[in-house]
Design a protein around this ligand. Structure first.
Ligand SMILES: Nc1ncnc2c1ncn2[C@@H]1O[C@H](COP(=O)(O)OP(=O)(O)O)[C@@H](O)[C@H]1O
Ligand SMILES: [Mg+2]
Length: 312
């Protein structure tokens, strides 16, 4: 199975993951340029420091922007942290109201409600925004640059983690049980419940999409170094544990052969790790990308890279 097989699979959701600096954004952009040839494609980035705009050499925003030079391609930046903040804001005020009524809860306890940070929750909310978009059926294919971290994957796999929130709110309910009867706090508690229910629904929705091999593929990007192998192992383990379909690994920045003594030496060094990756991930399709003499930016260069990726 080669990368080209993905072209015929009619996927709806492709995530590009790997450690920082390995070429995720560049490869995600090249894939988007490729897939847009046959399908209306939207590429998202959820990277807090997005470089998608640099890669495509076009200004982006939190709404889809049509990419000039590629028919059928749109791009969009999502600030996952902001999405979570907005979500909390929508429901948080009512909760805070309850907390602030009377002297029953210390300021510290009240603050706890909002500081109750679940690692990966912001990214889950970012993914929610993406799945909301998918409901619109506006595009055929959605590509995500900067895929979820291990935290997010675990959160998706273990919705029980959300129970921290639920337990906390349940304890509040206890503390304020009599208040809800005395004052008209009932509505507010209901709003808090609504918040939790919404969170649970979001996790369920995102998870079922991510685990559907007919719709979703996670492409792992790495480099031929000891750290690259280790990080790929971790990521692949997380993907297996969370049952997210992944069958492709792209090794980026491979030194060209016979260019110079330095390149040759580095290449030899890299080959050791390329072989290790091939052996360790024997059931994956492995693609290799040569280190280009210059940065890969702009549509023309991305088209060339896509050509390299799908040449065999
Ligand atoms: N095969 C390659 N050859 C040359 N430069 C590359 C290659 N792949 C990526 N780059 C460059 O490396 C830098 C980092 O790539 P980027 O895609 O932003 O990484 P990430 O998204 O993983 O942080 C960018 O300047 C990009 O143009
Ligand atoms: Mg990036």
């Amino acid at each position: 199975m080669s990368l080209s097989d993905l072209t015929h699979k009619n996927l709806q959701f492709i995530l590009i993951g790997g450690k920082g600096g390995v070429g995720k954004t560049t490869i995600a952009s090249a894939l988007a340029v490729h897939f847009a040839k046959t399908r209306k494609t939207l590429i998202f980035t959820t990277d807090p420091a997005p470089s998608l705009a640099d890669s495509l050499e076009q200004k982006l925003s939190n709404e889809p922007v049509k990419i000039t030079g590629v028919a059928n391609l749109w791009a969009m930046e999502i600030d996952a942290k902001k999405v979570l903040e907005e979500f909390k804001k929508e429901y948080g005020e009512d909760i805070l109201d309850i907390l602030n009524q009377g002297t029953y809860l210390s300021d510290q306890e009240a603050g706890e409600m909002f500081e109750l940070d679940i690692p990966g929750l912001d990214e889950v909310m970012g993914l929610k925004k993406i799945t909301d978009f998918m409901d619109s059926k506006e595009y055929d294919l959605y590509l995500v640059d900067t895929a979820p971290t291990g935290h997010t994957l675990r959160l998706l796999a273990l919705p029980e983690l959300l129970d921290n929130w639920i337990k906390f709110l349940a304890s509040l309910r206890w503390k304020y049980h009599y208040m809800t009867e005395r004052f008209s706090g009932k509505k507010k508690i209901e709003k808090a419940d609504e918040f939790l229910l919404e969170m649970k629904k979001t996790v369920k929705k995102v998870r079922s999409l991510l685990q559907d091999p007919a719709k979703t593929e996670f492409i792992v990007v790495t480099i031929a170094e000891a750290m690259g192998v280790l990080e790929t192992e971790d990521l692949v383990k997380d993907l297996e544990k969370t049952r997210i379909p992944a069958s492709h690994i792209i090794i980026n920045n491979i030194f060209p052969e016979n260019k110079c003594d330095f390149c040759q030496s580095r290449r030899k060094n890299q080959e050791r790790y390329i072989n290790e990756i091939k052996k360790k991930f024997a059931n994956f399709n492995i693609s290799e990308i040569i280190l280009h003499p210059e940065e890969i930016r702009g549509i023309k260069n991305l088209k060339n890279l896509a050509g390299e990726l799908f040449s065999n």
